[in-house]
Write a protein that binds this ligand. Structure first.
Ligand code: GTP
Length: 303
């Protein structure tokens, strides 16, 4: 039976970064990957040999598929019949890990391979119900330790691995528990449904716009964004270039990408979708943008 590892963690904690690292360093291991969208998985890094519907076959023997949640169990059953060594499901940042684990336990042809829970070393205080997620985890990846002088102490029974950019040893996918403890049997009680899932109190806003935004106005928006706006990701087109934007808490990064229209997803608690949309519309540039204006964005740019 193929082990299925659930990779979970709060918004922006570094799940996709970790997944890309695993795909890059998997060697001859054939990994089946289930993600919400292909967009951010580094498929370009591999020669894609075939794409059928929402499944991509990589030349190194890995299979990637994208699901929207409803087809997750179908896709898992399909992957279970493929010739794979391990399957990794990347949960969306607001998914309830216990619900995913329950689904894996109920799927025939696969075995539960553990829950890897990614925690942002800087933003761990903002994770709703962190102790509950940590209690379920088999391995806790304390990510982004490059951003703290001292990794925070996490109270949990599972091993905690402090890393940067999700660089864990891929061998951990197969041996996530200390061997002397033996496999821990999760009961359905551990996974009982709770009505207060993290996503219950979160809103998301999608903003799309063909016209370029003004760098200064947009950076002003980021500087003044409401505290509850925990995460923003997507593309922003300015007169002087298009950038991929990531914000996690107060952290902001822009990475230059090929020209694309602005397409952003904003996620937060207590945010007002209409006023955020109006605010972003007010960032549309009403004239040409100079090189000087672009410096507002370039100071946050990463290669
Ligand atoms: N400094 C630093 N940045 C990191 C590290 N790991 C990830 N990041 C950055 O954090 C941001 C979010 O990382 P992702 O891997 O997209 O996080 P995610 O958990 O998949 O995000 P969601 O899909 O929103 O849940 C990106 O800008 C990453 O480059 C790290 O160890 N150190």
């Amino acid at each position: 039976m193929i082990p299925v590892v659930v990779l979970a963690g709060f918004l922006g904690s570094g799940k996709t970064t970790l997944l890309n690292h695993l795909l890059r360093t998997s060697g001859g291991t054939r990994i089946g990957v289930v993600v919400n969208d292909f967009g951010r998985v580094n498929i370009d890094a591999f020669a894609v040999s075939a794409q059928v519907d929402s499944m991509v076959t990589l030349s190194n023997g890995c299979l990637c598929c994208a699901v929207d949640g409803t087809e997750l169990d179908d896709m898992l059953a399909k992957l279970a019949s493929a010739d794979l060594d391990v399957i990794v499901i990347e949960a969306s940042g607001l998914a309830e890990p216990s619900a995913l684990v329950r689904m894996v336990l109920q799927t025939s042809g696969v075995s539960y391979g553990g829950l890897i829970y990614v925690v942002d070393a800087v933003e761990h205080g903002a994770v709703p119900d962190l102790p509950r997620a940590l209690a379920l985890a088999d391995l806790v990846v304390l990510n982004k330790v490059d951003r703290v002088s001292e990794p925070p102490a996490l109270d949990c029974p599972a091993p905690v691995l402090p890393v940067s950019y999700g660089r864990i040893d891929p061998a951990l996918l197969f041996e996530v528990r200390p061997p002397d403890l033996g496999p821990r049997q999760l009961s359905f009680d551990d996974l009982e449904d709770h009505s207060t899932h993290a996503h219950a109190s979160y809103d998301s806003v999608t903003f799309e716009c063909d016209e370029p935004l003004h760098p200064k106005l947009f950076v002003d928006f980021l500087a003044a964004r409401p505290e509850g706006l925990f995460r923003a990701k997507g593309f922003v087109r300015f007169g002087g270039g298009t950038f991929m934007l990531h914000t996690v808490g107060p952290y902001v990064s822009f990475t230059p990408v090929d020209d694309a229209p602005t397409q952003l997803v904003l996620i937060g608690a207590g945010i007002e979708p209409d006023s955020l949309t109006d605010w972003l519309l007010a960032c549309v540039a009403d004239g040409p943008v100079t090189e000087q204006d672009m410096l507002w964005v370039l100071r946050y740019a990463r290669d």
